[in-house]
Ligand binder design. Structure first.
Ligand code: GCO
Length: 264
C-alpha cells in the first residue's frame, strides 16, 4: 500500500539472529511488506544462505551477513559493509538471543555471563553503532526483542529473565537518549511461542503445556507470524510518536493470573 502509514517499502532492515525462529519470522514479515532484509547469523554460513534463499523465493530482497553480535569489531565491520553494499540501515531488530534453563543455585557464572552477553550486551553493541548513523540522519527504528520474562520470572530461566529485564530498561534508555533525534526505540515482548527455543517445554499433554494454555487468555501458544503486525507497526511511520514502549505479543498472559484447568 503506497503512502500508507505502515509503508516500509524499500527500507533496509537488519534482523540479528534471523536464520530461524522468531527472527526469521520477523524478517519474512518485514520483507513481505517491502523492506530489504539483512539476514544475520553466526553459527553457519549455510543457515544464513538457506534463510536468504527462502526469502528470495518469496520475492523478498534479502542478503546475508555472518558476524558475531557480541564482537564489537565484527559488528562495526559488518555495519560498514552493509551500509556500503546495500544501503543505510533504517530498521534494526535486535533479536539474537539464547536461553539456558538452569536453576540459579546450579548455574555456572560463565553460563550466566554468556546469556547476559548475547541477550543484553549485544543489543547495546549493535544499536550503538547503528544509532550513530540514525541520529545523524535524524531517522531510524530500533526494536529490541524482549520477552514476557522482562516482567516475570520462572524457575530455571534466571539469567534469561535478568537479561530480558535489562533489555526492557535499555530500550527505555535508548529511547530517552535518541528520541529527540527522531529515532524511535521500542521493544516487542513475546509470550510463549511455538519455536525451536521452546520445543523442549511445548509438548502436547505435558503439565507445562497445560499450564501455559490455562495461563494464556488466547488459550494457545503463539505462532511466529503472530509477531508480524507488531514488527511492521514499530518499523513504520505509524509508530513515529511511540518511544520506549514494550509491546507484549503474548496472547494476554501478562494480563491475568490465569485459571484452573477445570474452569471454562
Ligand atoms: C521458558 C520460555 C520463555 C519463552 C519466552 C517468553 O523457558 O520459560 O523459553 O522464556 O521462550 O522467552 O517470552
Amino acid at each position: 500500500m503506497a503512502n500508507s502509514i505502515f509503508d516500509i517499502q524499500g527500507k533496509v532492515a537488519l534482523i540479528t539472529g534471523s536464520t530461524h525462529g522468531l527472527g526469521l519470522a520477523i524478517a519474512k514479515g518485514l520483507g513481505n511488506h517491502g523492506a530489504t532484509i539483512i539476514i544475520n547469523g553466526n553459527s553457519s554460513q549455510k543457515k544464513i544462505d538457506d534463510a536468504v534463499t527462502l526469502l528470495t523465493k518469496q520475492g523478498i530482497k534479502a542478503v546475508g551477513y555472518k558476524f558475531d553480535v557480541t564482537n564489537e569489531k565484527e559488528v562495526i565491520d559488518a555495519i560498514n559493509s552493509i551500509e556500503k553494499e546495500i544501503g543505510k540501515i533504517d530498521i534494526l531488530v535486535n533479536n539474537a538471543g539464547i536461553i539456558k534453563r538452569v536453576p540459579l543455585l546450579e548455574m555456572e557464572v560463565d553460563d550466566f555471563k554468556q546469556v547476559i552477553d548475547i541477550d543484553l550486551v549485544s543489543p547495546f553493541i549493535v544499536s550503538k553503532h547503528i544509532a550513530k548513523g540514525m541520529v545523524a540522519r535524524k531517522q531510524g527504528k530500533i526494536i529490541n526483542i524482549c520477552s514476557m520474562m522482562s516482567e516475570l520470572g520462572r524457575n530455571s530461566v534466571g539469567a534469561y529473565a535478568a537479561a530480558k529485564g535489562g533489555l526492557k530498561m535499555l530500550t527505555k534508555n535508548m529511547a530517552t537518549e535518541w528520541g529527540r533525534h527522531n529515532v524511535q526505540v521500542n521493544g516487542i515482548g513475546p509470550g510463549y511461542f511455538d519455536t525451536e527455543q521452546t520445543a523442549s517445554i511445548n509438548v502436547e499433554g505435558n503439565a507445562f503445556n497445560d499450564f501455559i494454555i490455562n495461563r494464556t487468555p488466547a488459550a494457545r501458544w503463539g505462532k511466529p507470524e503472530d509477531l508480524t503486525g507488531a514488527a511492521i507497526f514499530l518499523s513504520s511511520q505509524a509508530s513515529d510518536f511511540v518511544n520506549g514502549h514494550i509491546l507484549y505479543v503474548d496472547g494476554g498472559i501478562l494480563a491475568t493470573i490465569g485459571k484452573p484447568s477445570n474452569e471454562i
